[in-house]
Design a binder for this molecule. Structure first.
Ligand code: MLT
Length: 259
């Protein structure tokens, strides 16, 4: 399928490390990694379809289309070597879709604050409500609904800068992007069957205050992926990479040294 090219941010040189962002944000989520890991890695952080400066989906929104768009970006950049692919939440769902579609392109996986399970009936019904809200009232109510869940208790109480960054990033996203991504999230397949087939080294990271994809979901990922390790970050919620950036970056560096 032909996809419009994704907008992306790039920094550093070394092994390609691709980061896929969460909903409803953009590549800017990865600012601490774009700034903090560039001495060892070539960091590539795309805006997923419709978010940031990327064009909307050209056809039905799905995590597979997101994964295809990421592959098209790698081709556009002439990257032929295997990549380390990291994704947080929606980015993690997309990373799992990529692992299913393009296993031969992976050197390692980093699954952050995400899960393999599909939405249950209640989750799907909630997505439908949010899609209707985005279409009828715009992005703002969705942003307000998501914000308290995206960050952990500690960040909400003590890290004003992080709260402001997330609010700003979420507020910049369009209602169309949000509604389309919600459709992709609602319809994503269950990936539990894929996990035992993942052969690349996999790092699973979760914030211990994550309420959207709580630590038990990361424990499932780590238990079912053969060559995996689980790292739990204290005093971080769903967006562990910006809530505890130094610890997050150290965990990533330590893992990558083992590859
Ligand atoms: C995300 O952070 O990407 C979303 O909250 C994921 C989800 O709602 O399932």
């Amino acid at each position: 399928m032909v996809m419009s090219h994704l907008h992306f941010q790039e920094a550093g040189s070394g092994s390609p490390l691709v980061w896929l962002h969460a909903f409803p944000l953009s590549s800017e989520l990865w600012r601490p990694q774009l700034n903090g890991l560039t001495d060892e890695f070539r960091i590539i952080a795309p805006d997923l379809p419709g978010f940031g400066n990327s064009p909307d989906f050209e056809s039905d929104p799905s995590v597979e289309h997101m994964a295809n768009a990421v592959m098209a970006l790698l081709t556009q950049l002439g990257i032929k070597e295997k990549i380390i692919l990291g994704g947080l939440s929606m980015g993690g769902y997309t990373a799992l879709a990529f692992a299913r579609l393009f296993p031969e392109s992976l050197r390692a996986l980093i699954l952050c604050d995400t899960r393999a399970e599909a939405d249950n009936a209640e989750g799907k019904a909630n997505r439908d409500k949010m899609i209707a809200t985005a279409q009828n009232e715009g992005a703002a109510p969705i942003v307000e609904q998501m914000l308290p869940k995206l960050l952990g208790e500690t960040s909400q109480e003590e890290r004003d800068g992080v709260v402001q960054t997330v609010r700003t990033l979420a507020s910049q996203q369009s209602a169309t992007a949000i509604a389309n991504a919600l459709r992709a999230l609602r319809d994503r397949p269950d990936s539990l069957d894929l996990l035992p087939q993942i052969t690349v080294p996999t790092l699973v990271i979760v914030g211990d205050e994550d309420t959207i994809t709580p630590p038990s979901m990361s424990q499932t990922l780590a238990a079912k992926i053969p060559n995996s390790r689980l790292e739990t970050i204290a005093q971080a919620g769903h967006l562990s990479n910006i809530e505890q950036p130094e610890i997050f970056n150290r965990i990533v560096r330590d893992f990558c040294k083992t590859l």
